[in-house]
Design a protein around this ligand. Structure first.
Ligand code: MF3
Ligand code: CO
Length: 255
């Protein structure tokens, strides 16, 4: 079931989204060589607390996971694609970091992710991240009334594949609202003109995940949460929560 949100509800979601954007900006600013992933979680958690918001990630227990999620931030380094659990690992020069964060404010959820490098960036990582952002922008541009879910999926997938990157299937975007994961699902590849029609009031998390080698394979790490590329190549992730409106896409998780 897809819940259509009123303008007032979207305004409330925008405030939740702003908290997410502030937290991710703080995580990016704090990330440096020698900083641990747990320290980044603490930074993000502090933004939630200051805003009077809660975490949709903490304690989340989907069927694919062995344990409830133990943190507020997902932080996935190098060959980790998504769902990395913050631990004592300290960032090293040249690491590629994907940070995924959510907030619940007044009962509404925002969900967003960014990728960035720490220290001296490898040029191929910068290109991978820029392509993830371009794929996200293409998906957002397709999030208009009259289009369908397949148009978003096609827009995202085309940018990734044209650049030669892999796309892990089985994970992708989703509806967002009072819960973090609602219908419909928003794949990162698909056929234009197919799938559910987009209607004003739909709120979607669009989230391309790109694998540098061009291969699509991935598997869970021993923690059961972190998804890691099969071939050890690096991955990037970018995500925004976006509303479909008559006036075009409204990005709810921008600063
Ligand atoms: N933001 C992620 C998504 O869109 C959710 C992270 S899983 C969690 O699916 F357990 F950390 F919440
Ligand atoms: Co999401």
């Amino acid at each position: 079931m897809v819940e259509l949100k009123t303008e007032t509800s979207l305004d409330a979601m925008r405030e939740a989204g702003r908290v997410v954007a502030r937290a991710l900006a703080a995580v990016r600013a704090a990330a440096a060589v020698g900083v641990s992933l747990l320290e980044l979680d603490t930074v993000a958690r502090g933004v939630l607390r200051d805003a009077g918001a809660a975490s949709p990630f903490l304690g989340y227990h989907p069927s694919f996971a062995p344990t409830p999620y133990p943190a507020t931030l997902c932080v996935s380094v190098n060959d980790a694609i998504v769902h990395g659990i913050p631990d004592g690992y300290r960032l090293r020069d040249g690491d590629l970091v994907s940070a995924d964060f959510g907030a619940i404010l007044d009962g509404w959820v925002g969900d967003s992710a960014i990728s960035f490098t720490v220290g001296a960036a490898r040029p191929e990582d910068t290109l991978l991240i820029e392509t993830a952002e371009r794929a996200l922008a293409a998906g957002i541009a397709a999030a208009v009334p009259g289009n369908r879910i397949g148009d978003i999926a096609h827009a995202v997938g085309t940018v990734c594949r044209a650049a030669g990157y892999g796309i892990p299937d089985g994970f992708g975007g989703h509806g967002v609202g009072r819960s973090m994961h609602e219908d419909p699902s928003v794949p990162n590849e698909g056929r234009p003109g197919r799938g559910m029609p987009l209607r004003p009031g739909m709120a979607l998390a669009i989230e391309p995940m790109l694998i540098a080698s061009g291969a699509d394979g991935y598997h869970p790490a021993p923690d059961g949460w972190t998804l890691v590329t099969d071939d050890g190549s690096r991955a990037a992730h970018a995500e925004h929560t976006v509303a479909i409106t008559e006036r075009g896409p409204r990005v709810l998780t921008a600063l």
